[in-house]
Design a protein around this ligand. Structure first.
Ligand code: AQP
Length: 344
């Protein structure tokens, strides 16, 4: 069965948005709006799988919304909203919980990393996070999901849940007139030179909002001097840049900075090395600092301006929630019929 093409993705309001979120996800959100109907969600229900200060959660929810708009997403043409305002996400998540198997969730590496040794004490929500993520996508019957590399496994789980639902309820799906499959198998979109941006302090760790060191990431709201300083201080090795990609092997910090330059400039890593290979790191870092300031500076300034305008941001979220809910409610009606719930 051919499904209507639709893009869905989400970002957690858990702190400062950084260059990794931007290159791994938001840049793609912006590009996809040319050719698809897009739904972009501030996933506040995912955020509370670890404790959040309530006032801070409201602030970061508005900041992420401002970032979406400042980066170029059009909230009139596409949908921007926060997850908690469309109750169907939680409703479908319950169905997803009942379809997903314990063994599948037990294999999720992000849960293992986030829970660490404290597994008994983390929230149940953190464990079933991937099942809520599946519901986020499936409630819109989305066909394409732009994400960073770290979300690949969760996307595969979403596909498994969709497939199992389609199989488990095949007869009911058919008898309700939905053909061979009710949910599309959502396709991850993870291409590009910076699908996993690494920490500026440690090339083996992902750039992350929750890293204790602010020097490890470039925040979208950092000013020009801070961006330049963080790049000049980024960890590197003593060797000059290689002229070919093969020479980046075993040099995670160099590889990371080359990937960032390539993604910001919209060229390949090979192109970057053609230009800077053989030269000193300091020359390359200066060029990267200038490029980063040129690309991120205007976004940060617009984010700050928009974040102050609560009335506007809240209006965008309210309008987006209404539009999102109209789609989600249709899906839930069908899911209830398919599963066998008697409806009012
Ligand atoms: N370092 C990264 N490189 C490329 N993409 C990244 N993403 C996150 N970090 C990187 C992508 O950004 C989108 C939104 O991520 P998220 O906010 O839902 O949560 P996360 O993946 O857990 O990001 P953080 O920054 O590491 O947050 P914390 O520290 O709160 O866990 C996703 O598409 C993600 O792949």
């Amino acid at each position: 069965m051919a499904f209507k093409e639709r893009v869905f993705s989400g970002v957690q309001p858990t702190g400062n948005l950084h260059l990794g979120n931007y290159l791994g996800a938001i840049v793609k959100f912006v590009a996809l709006q040319e050719n698809y109907d897009c739904i972009y969600c501030v996933v506040d229900m995912h955020a509370i799988t670890v404790w959040q200060d309530p006032a801070e959660l409201k602030k970061t929810t508005r900041e992420v919304t401002a970032a979406f708009i400042a980066c170029g997403i059009d909230p009139q043409k596409h949908i921007i909203f926060n997850q908690s305002q469309v109750a169907e996400h939680a409703e479908l998540a319950w169905v997803c919980n009942c379809v997903a198997r314990m063994g599948w969730l037990n294999r999720m590496t992000q849960f293992k990393e986030k829970a660490g040794k404290d597994r008994e004490n983390v929230s149940v929500g953190l464990f079933v996070y991937p099942s809520l993520m599946a519901a986020d996508i499936l409630v819109y019957r989305a066909t394409h999901v732009p994400v960073g590399e770290d979300q690949k496994q969760h996307l595969e789980l979403s596909r498994d849940i969709a497939q199992k639902f389609n199989n488990d309820f095949a007869e009911s799906i058919r008898s309700h007139g939905f053909g061979d499959a009710f949910f599309p198998l959502p396709e991850p979109l993870i291409q590009g030179p910076a699908t996993r941006v690494m920490s500026l302090r440690d090339g083996s760790k992902k750039m992350s909002k929750s890293d204790a060191s602010d020097q490890s990431r470039i925040n979208l709201t950092d000013d020009a001097d801070t961006i330049a300083l963080k790049i000049r201080r980024a960890k590197t090795d003593p060797h000059p840049l290689p002229s070919e990609e093969k020479g980046l092997e075993g040099r995670p910090e160099a590889e990371n900075l080359v990937g960032i330059y390539a993604a910001l400039q919209g060229v390949s890593r090979a192109d970057v090395l053609k230009q800077f290979g053989g030269g000193q790191f300091s020359t390359f870092k200066n060029a990267l600092a200038d490029l980063s300031v040129a690309k991120l500076g205007p976004i940060g300034a617009e984010m700050k301006r928009l974040t102050q305008d609560h009335a506007y941001i809240d209006k965008v979220l309210a309008h987006g929630s209404e539009r999102a809910q109209a789609i989600a409610a249709e899906t839930m009606k069908a899911v209830k019929d398919i599963v066998g719930f008697v409806r009012r």
